[in-house]
Design a protein. Structure first.
Lengths: 111, 114
């Protein structure tokens, strides 16, 4: 079963705007990762945040984690057409070795 | 190798036939994962290998699915007596070890059962 659910399912914005995607999960975790997928094939790792961290930055990406609410958000600032892709969160539930992926957010950035 | 390699890239098979999907992880990576992704859906966890430990098979959907990892490197996912609902993209990923490490994904095998 899916551990995470992304919200919204789809998002369409203009180039230059910020995009925010949310991920909710069900159980306690060791860490959470965000991935991007282009064209429905291989995934590319974006950022990892540990359960004892609250916020991380990487370039135009900002990830927050609220373990009390079991939720995370991914913010992409100053979006570009090349950011058009599906974005997934993946959680590592405590006591396990696997990563459980959410349902994904399809982002479209219009030039 | 430079990245995770999966073969074949595409596979069309007849219902009822067996198929084998192959994954070559990045050299030295001890953790290997298989996922399945149906069209427009998220990734469904299938199985996880870590070194010489017993694999976590909790995600395999039925006993028609099995996977091996030989010599701690190459992995093969086998689907017996394929059904149309097995049609999906099968993705393999590897990471240096278990823990707070990113997983590197292959490009996947698109399986179509007709």
């Amino acid at each position: 079963s899916q551990q995470g659910e992304e919200d919204p399912q789809a998002l369409s914005i203009q180039e230059g705007e910020n995009a925010t995607m949310n991920c909710s999960y069900k159980t306690s975790i060791n860490n959470l990762q965000w991935y991007r997928q282009n064209s429905g094939r291989g995934l590319v790792h974006l950022i990892l945040i540990r359960s004892n961290e609250r916020e991380k930055h990487s370039g135009r990406l900002r990830v927050t984690l609220d373990t009390s609410k079991k939720s995370s958000s991914l913010l992409i600032t100053a979006s570009r057409a090349a950011d058009t892709a599906s974005y997934f969160c993946a959680t590592n539930p405590s006591g396990t070795y696997k990563y459980i992926f959410g349902t994904g957010t399809r982002l479209k950035v219009l030039a | 190798g430079a990245g995770v390699s999966q073969s074949p890239s595409n596979k069309v098979t007849e219902k009822g036939k067996d198929v084998e999907l192959r994954c070559d992880p990045i050299s030295g990576h001890t953790a290997l994962y298989w996922y399945r992704q149906s069209l427009g859906q998220g990734l469904e966890f299938l199985i996880y290998f870590q070194g010489n430990s017993a694999p976590d098979k909790s995600g395999l959907p039925s006993d028609r699915f099995s996977a091996e990892r030989t010599g701690g490197s190459v992995s093969t996912l086998t689907i017996q007596r394929t059904q149309q609902e097995d049609s999906a993209v099968y993705l393999c990923a590897s990471s240096p070890t278990f823990g707070a490490y990113e997983a590197f994904f292959g490009q996947g095998t698109r399986l179509t059962v007709v």
